[in-house]
Design a protein around this ligand. Sequence first.
Ligand SMILES: *Cc1c(COP(=O)(O)O)cnc(C)c1O
Length: 465
Amino acid sequence: MGVRPQRGEGDGAPMDLTGFRFDLSPSDVPTSWYNILPDLPEPVPPPLDPRTRQPVPPEALTRLFAKTLVEQEVSTERFIEMPGEVRKALVAFGRRPTPLFRAMNLERYLNTPAEIYFKYEGVTPTGSHKINTALAQAFYNKREGIERLVTETGAGQWGSALAAAGAYFGLKVRVYMTRSSYLTKPYRRTLMELFGAEVYPSPSDKTEVGRRFLAEDPNHPGSLGIAISEAIEDVLKDERARYSLGSVLNHVLLHQTVIGLEAMRQLDEAGVYPDVMIGAVGGGSNFAGFTYPFIGERLRGKSETRFIAVEPKASPSMTRGVYTYDYGDTGGLTPLLKMHTVGHQYRVPPIHAGGLRYHGVAPTLSILINHGIVEPVAYHQREVFEAAHLFTKLEGIVPAPESAHAVKAAIDVALKAKEEGRRVVVAFNLSGHGLLDLQGYREYLDGKLVDYEPEKLPVEEGPPV
Ligand SMILES: *Cc1c(COP(=O)(O)O)cnc(C)c1O
């Protein structure tokens, strides 16, 4: 491995530096978001009230979410205009637009005829795509007079992004962080507190739910489900507070489409159209943000691009789950969503890709999978870390363990193209950097990573609800 010296090096001869990166200027940041709802092959089934099994009216959600976000959740407008203040925040604070790179050194190493491009969301202040929706959500809440946002976080990516957005728009932010992450990812907590957020290990003594779990076990490791329950209880006790979610819901996926809309122009600048697009899936927000503008084109008959959604084998909602109504949280407090799920009671093994440890996926993505538009694949964490390690040495960027799933799939597609001797244009989303996830890489280097094979999933014993 390594870079072979090029002819002419060191003698002042000009090197060809074109084709490595494709940049946009701030004025190219999209002015609207793309909403896939009107282009879907069938409508999204409404959320249901678990007690009555009747659709939840959108107005009922405004006690939890800002009104505009609830409107966006059900809107069927294909393009939704972005407020100037949000666009400015994305540029001035979120550091958009983000670059698109071509992974030339990886291509050369794999000796593949495939061209590999990646959109890099790791350049944002908190190191991932999550700031794209955090800024939009903070803006609408502020405009509606809300004073405080409450959320949960597992690995800490979402909590940091919302904390940053709260700092920018002048909102208080409170984050319930699963206790296990609070203890093992101390730098994420520090980052959130630097932005002024209050961070509580969950279960905490701040809520009834939390106190109940603490009474059971004072050292309870917590779970996303418990943290969501705490955040919701907190919001319901304070009229001036609202809840904020970092994935799964339509409005969140909508806000992320700045990624794909930018990438469309950048790939155009590169003179290519992708044959295959790839993204990692936790709840589906970075995958949707990157691919939905392109999936819209395919749904309207304008392309034949393939779309590959990658998940961990330890949390296989797309590849082994069932399509049914299930709770959004483990505690069973949210409305029921129709989605691919392994069941809300599934205990996701402690893999390092914390952002992918979710039992379901976005309802819109579930429909696209059912119609064969999106192809799901799953990998074990060791092969994912191996791919990320290779990528780090060749391209210099340490991928977040979540994003590394997309890297692994992109490499596999490029190797297949080599086998078949076909020139294929592959584009994947590198949703974040892994510089705050080095503990996982430490265990990888020490040979301590474990692959988890779920032998029995709750859904195999019957639908979750
Ligand atoms: C949260 C996160 C994910 C997974 O969430 P999605 O909503 O599926 O995008 C992926 N990559 C990174 C870097 C994350 O922080």
